[in-house]
Write a protein that binds this ligand. Structure first.
Ligand SMILES: *[C@@H]1O[C@H](CO)[C@@H](O)[C@H](O)[C@H]1NC(C)=O
Ligand SMILES: *[C@@H]1O[C@H](CO)[C@@H](O)[C@H](O)[C@H]1NC(C)=O
Ligand SMILES: *[C@@H]1O[C@H](CO)[C@@H](O)[C@H](O)[C@H]1NC(C)=O
Ligand SMILES: *[C@@H]1O[C@H](CO)[C@@H](O)[C@H](O)[C@H]1NC(C)=O
Ligand SMILES: [Zn+2]
Ligand SMILES: [Zn+2]
Length: 307
């Protein structure tokens, strides 16, 4: 081979590798922390599957599993407790309660979501199922509510209905409007009044953008996966995952700041998740999705504060 030919050959080879690197980079761009679930589809009790321990961790994070013996949290055995946790998950998400990792269950679990647990100690359902009535024209409609509260039902004291909120100094300024609009929406539907303050330290509600492990025991997980979380009354902390793409107006390539704010403010006031998909307190969100308050959310907050 002449040296020209050799040069051309190595150049082509170099190009090939560059392309391959670029392509595989493209392929692995924006991975979801929940991607591992894809490979667990079809398995059921009695199976041993690589990465099943990641599902156990997932279900533990969202309140569905608590092993007395910690060695079972880190093994890959599809045991009885896991099956029952999956069944509870399926009931909460209106799926067929099979205890198996069927396609519908996996695809629901893979959805980006709020980081707050759905239930606690795996013992309860997130639905309360109380009946309530709604007048629709002349008809009285009976509906089953699906809102839920945190254990022990923490709430703000009756005298504390004027709440202040503040952004961590340096937080992205484009979040101020959507978050303020979300507070406004909640105040129109509750006895609460919210006002923004510059005094971050003394604010009742503190809003910030956090990344990865940020010191509150609930680390975020990078792009996608968990998107935000907030604490039950009267803690007041509300964290957005800084690693997500966020948008002020609904945008198919980002998560909607105002929609997530409506949801997290629900937590700050004492609501936990609802199994009604149209409710703002439903746990999952998709890119570009924008939502408002649902009657289930309003009934929930009214029931909690007895107003
Ligand atoms: C936990 O489970 C493992 C494996 O089944 C067993 O060897 C171990 O003794 C158990 N530990 C406790 C404290 O029960
Ligand atoms: C969950 O269980 C643990 C240990 O049994 C207990 O300390 C904790 O209070 C329980 N939490 C709830 C919310 O029930
Ligand atoms: C709450 O704010 C309103 C006006 O914004 C005021 O009239 C009221 O006295 C306040 N209540 C308390 C308990 O601070
Ligand atoms: C999240 O995943 C979607 C694809 O499902 C992607 O378009 C988006 O950019 C990801 N988010 C981030 C912040 O990378
Ligand atoms: Zn939530
Ligand atoms: Zn946090």
């Amino acid at each position: 081979m002449g040296s020209k030919a050799l040069q051309f050959f190595s150049f082509t080879l170099l190009l090939f590798f560059m392309f391959q690197a670029a392509f595989s980079h493209f392929e692995h761009k924006n991975p979801s922390p929940f991607e591992f679930l894809q490979h667990l589809q079809g398995f059921h009790k009695g199976d041993r599957v690589k990465d099943l321990h990641k599902l156990k961790k997932y279900l533990q994070n969202f309140g569905y599993l608590s092993y007395k013996n910690n060695t079972h949290v880190s093994d890959d055995d599809f045991d009885e407790l896991l099956e029952s946790a999956i069944r509870t998950y399926q009931l909460n998400y209106n799926l067929k309660a099979t205890g198996r990792l069927d396609a519908n269950t996996i695809s629901k679990m893979m959805r980006p979501r709020c980081a707050v647990a759905d239930i606690f100690n795996g013992t309860s359902r997130m639905r309360y199922g109380q009946k309530w009535h709604r007048r629709s024209g002349s008809k009285l409609v009976h509906t089953v509510s699906h809102y839920s509260f945190f254990p022990q039902e923490p709430r703000w004291p009756a005298s504390k209905y004027n709440l202040t909120y503040a952004f961590l100094p340096g937080a992205r300024v484009d979040a101020i409007n959507p978050v303020s609009k979300a507070f406004q929406t909640w105040s129109e539907n509750t006895h609460f009044r919210f006002s923004m303050t510059e005094d971050y330290v003394n604010a009742d509600i503190k809003v910030s953008f956090e990344s990865g492990d940020h010191g509150d025991g609930s680390p975020f997980d990078g792009p996608n996966g968990t998107l935000a979380h907030a604490f039950a009354p009267t803690d007041g902390r509300f964290h957005y995952d800084a690693d997500e793409s966020w948008s002020v107006t609904p945008d198919p390539s980002a998560y909607h700041l105002e929609t997530l704010a409506l949801h997290e403010i629900g937590h700050l006031l004492g609501l936990d998740h609802s199994s009604i998909e149209a409710a703002i307190m439903y746990p999952t969100f998709t890119l570009g999705e924008s939502k408002g308050l649902h009657e289930d959310d309003i009934q929930g907050i009214k029931a909690l504060y007895n107003v």
